[in-house]
Design a protein around this ligand. Sequence first.
Ligand code: SF4
Ligand code: SF4
Length: 296
Amino acid sequence: MMPSPVKEVVVISGKGGTGKTSLTAAFAFLAQEDIVLADCDVDAPDMHLLMNPRVEMEQDFYSGWQAEIDCLKCSNCGKCQEVCRFSAIIQSNECFSIDADECEGCGYCSFICPEQAIQLIPRLSGQFRVSRTRFQHKLVHANLDPGGENSGKLVNQVKQVAARIAREDSKKIILVDGAPGIGCPVISSLTGADLVVLVTEPSLSAFHDLQRVFNLVNQFRIKTACLINKADLNSDISTKIKAFLAENSILLLAELAYNTAFTAAMLKGHCILEEENTSFQPAILEAWNKIISLLN
Ligand code: SF4
Ligand code: SF4
């Protein structure tokens, strides 16, 4: 019998601060061990703060190039410094050297060096990890160093490894915490998704970003649902968001009232469903059940 295909749910929000990661962690909590979790917010990953994972595999991520000078070959002619448009070559006591933060890896210095003293080496741009959460999910996550290039490539690597683990461990769902915004990492997050869950809140900026991110998702023709967090903070905008969802055939998964438990849980490094006496558990459970139905 053929194994059933792994389904991929990507949770995104056009704007940061909507509770996207808290809700993704809550869905992971409900799914128990049936899922592989992937944190694709590689510029500011925070799923690990809620999941307190034990790292099982870690490797460096290289992207792009940077120049390196071999001082033993260098004749101190200074030609490389003259041509570098990024002022990345500095002269220290005995030799010229590269300021890695400034070097753009263009290779011009290497090309003109009369002594062949400069080579381009892969640039260390971040770290990549596979971990086991305290709820026993496999979590694939990564972080891009400040100024590191190619977050889309790193997101793609996170997703590919999550997919491989899901196949090997016979998991049914990959649950992806996507990046905010509409840039390259989000586009990489969306590739191959079976369902996108948009998390929003009733503010003008969040509504505007919801429309922008939906326009992006719509180009991929992916099934889409939405969850409105803090829905009671502005009922007028919540009403407008619901009208927008209806116009675009986007299923409303749930409306959650503002609740300080989100912040309290985050400060404790908890999943929100671990908090006691909160009113939103049934709505989150219902939202997760709707997600499962949509996947089926
Ligand atoms: S161009 Fe080459 S030889 Fe000249 S200073 Fe630069 S590294 Fe040294
Ligand atoms: S590779 Fe380009 S940016 Fe880097 S030091 Fe050489 S000339 Fe400057």
